[in-house]
Design a protein around this ligand. Structure first.
Ligand SMILES: Cc1cc2nc3c(=O)[nH]c(=O)nc-3n(C[C@H](O)[C@H](O)[C@H](O)COP(=O)(O)OP(=O)(O)OC[C@H]3O[C@@H](n4cnc5c(N)ncnc54)[C@H](O)[C@@H]3O)c2cc1C
Length: 431
């Protein structure tokens, strides 16, 4: 009976160490407004400690300098790291570099790995993933219009992208572009490595967002709008097969969603702790908030929903580890929209319980609230994941004979009368 919720003691020791390390060394940093150079300086000694502990770049295989952890272990790790936006940086698995390093590991040639992956892993380069376009639905990437045209030994890229996270500080961008418009929809696009200093890469701005309302160019975590204008790159910069862009994207995004969901649980847990703490001391209408039934309901509902989301996410991770992407597709879509909702609801309750203090920037809850909102559409909006789940579930169903519902009581009763005729006969004759 292989059904085990325990964590190996050695790995639990790592998780305990991480939790303490993140809380003591990284949470205090959040209160300072650091620029990239300051973040990197503050991180350097912490990254050394993570490397000494053998926890650096845990998402990659050992031959690439990582730990080769499966998705369950990575998930547990991300739950701890998710509690602070800076923590993944200290562990060499911050987005989007971690996902991009996975792409390079999956699809890169030995030369591409040496040129881009190794320095990315060492923290010497920054990267961005440039797929979404303002003019087309990111939810349906078969509508992409950025073009890559072969020109002798080069590819020439033209197009308009936005929300390329870290695009304005990136040394290179992985760009998804249509390389064959005549191919079948999911074979039209390819991925290309574009050095950020290539002529024609015009980084217009970092789009101000709900999370970062003040436009600040060149900051870690910004979302760049970019026009690619006659950008010539060597043919050797194509990643993977021509037309293989969707396949690579899928292999990157599926595990990435598990990591997102576990990071969200790290944030939700922090908000939940604030909710519970508030419940112990804030007095209203003659008693602490925690003695009012509504607040008790919020605490109980939040605990139940976080537990459900956590088990669902670890189950999806286990499916990935045991059956790969194809086997875990439905479970990953389930957690993507459910996990995002749980995050939003828990943060909202914690904020509400703090009243104006929760709404103020004196607590991190308002920032968490703004962060949580985006979770409902990046890496696929709720609606698309629900649609995907429902479609997969419906494949297991078909119309009943004569469109009479399988559970239709009169029909079942008639069938049961035939099946149990002898029994009914006996009962009748005993009367
Ligand atoms: C914080 C953040 C970081 C991001 N980072 C990156 C990045 O690094 N690189 C990158 O390329 N992109 C990035 N994105 C973009 C993100 O991937 C897209 O926003 C996302 O794919 C949705 O695309 P869209 O914004 O074009 O929305 P649209 O596709 O226009 O969708 C808008 C809405 O339409 C509805 N909808 C769409 N399809 C359906 C459907 N089938 N059924 C019902 N309703 C539907 C949904 O409500 C959806 O929210 C980021 C976005 C955010 C917010």
């Amino acid at each position: 009976m292989a059904w085990d919720f325990s964590t190996e003691p050695e790995f639990q020791a790592h998780l305990d160490w991480m939790r303490e390390f993140v809380r003591e060394e990284i949470w205090p940093m959040e209160t300072l407004d650091l620029d990239l150079e300051q973040i990197e300086r503050a991180m350097a000694p912490l990254q050394e400690r993570v490397k000494e502990r053998g926890l650096w770049a845990a998402h990659l295989d050992p031959e690439l300098g990582g730990q080769g952890y499966g998705q369950v272990k990575l998930g547990l790790m991300h739950e701890v790291l998710g509690s602070s936006p800076y923590a993944p940086f200290a562990f060499g698995n911050q987005a989007p570099d971690s996902g991009n390093s996975e792409i390079l590991a999956l699809a890169g040639t030995p030369e591409q790995k040496e040129r881009w992956l190794e320095p990315l892993l060492a923290g010497d380069l920054h990267s961005a993933f440039s797929m979404t376009e303002p003019e087309n639905a990111g939810s349906d990437p078969t509508t992409l219009t950025t073009r890559a045209v072969r020109d002798g030994d080069d590819w020439v890229i033209d197009g308009h992208k936005w929300f390329s996270s870290n695009g304005s500080i990136a040394d290179f961008l992985i760009v998804m572009a249509v390389s064959d418009p005549e191919a079948r929809p999911h074979q039209r696009a390819s991925m290309f490595i574009v050095p950020a200093d290539t002529p024609g890469v015009n980084i217009l701005r970092d789009v101000a967002t709900m999370e970062h309302p003040q436009e600040e160019f060149g900051k870690y975590g910004g979302h760049a709008e970019i026009v690619y204008e006659d950008v010539g790159i060597p043919a050797a910069n194509r990643l993977g097969a021509e037309g293989g862009g969707f396949l690579i994207a899928q292999r990157r995004l599926y595990p990435g969603r598990i990591h997102h969901c576990m990071r969200w649980l790290g944030v939700a847990r922090r908000a939940f702790d604030m909710l519970c703490e508030r419940a112990t001391y804030r007095v209203s209408h003659g008693k602490e908030l925690g003695r009012h039934q509504t607040i008790q309901n919020w605490i109980a509902d939040s605990a139940a929903e976080m537990q459900a989301a956590r088990l669902m996410t670890l189950h999806a991770a286990w499916k990935m580890d045991t059956e790969g992407v194809a086997g875990a597709r439905k479970e990953i879509s389930l957690i993507k929209f459910y996990g995002a909702r749980v995050l939003g609801d828990v943060v909202d309750r914690a904020l509400q319980a703090h009243g104006s203090l929760g709404y103020s920037t004196d607590l991190p809850l308002e920032a968490m609230y703004r962060y949580a909102r985006a979770a409902r559409f990046y890496d696929g909006p709720d609606e698309v994941h629900r649609q995907s789940v429902a479609r997969q579930i419906l494949r297991g169903y078909e119309p009943p004979p004569g469109n009479v519902p399988t559970e239709h009581v009169p029909t079942r009763q008639a069938a049961a009368r035939v099946k149990f005729a002898e029994l009914l006969e006996t009962v009748t004759s005993n009367d």
